[in-house]
Write a protein that binds this ligand. Structure first.
Ligand code: SF4
Length: 108
């Protein structure tokens, strides 16, 4: 599940995740909660019907403000970690599932 979401964000997330560079559930929940209230976070309804959260504009990083990375995807059945943003439940994806990723604003 998370691996598929990583593909939709960037292949590097998938490579890192498959290599064992994985954030645990507590870290992902903490990250997702911070991203959910961050001024850099944006919501998108692309990639089919799924809804996604991004750090700034997708694939368009702004130094010290946003990285353009995928953060979360509309929650699917079986997700262990999720956060509700404006009535929609999201699970960590892309950047948030990789252990060594960092927040460009230094929030996590
Ligand atoms: S990764 Fe950092 S800057 Fe980007 S949305 Fe999350 S908390 Fe905000």
């Amino acid at each position: 599940m998370r691996a598929w979401h990583a593909i939709s964000g960037a292949a590097r997330y998938l490579r890192a995740w498959l290599a064992g560079d994985r954030a645990d559930d507590a870290a992902m929940l903490n990250r997702l909660r911070m991203c959910a209230v961050c001024p850099s976070m944006t919501r998108r309804r692309k990639f089919g019907r799924s809804r996604t959260l991004w750090c700034g504009q997708p694939f368009d990083p702004v130094r010290n403000i946003s990285c353009g990375c995928l953060l979360a995807s509309h929650k699917e059945e079986g997700a262990a970690v999720s956060v509700t943003v404006e009535g929609v439940e999201y699970e960590p994806a892309g950047k948030l599932v990789v252990g060594t990723e960092v927040c460009p604003r230094g929030f996590w």
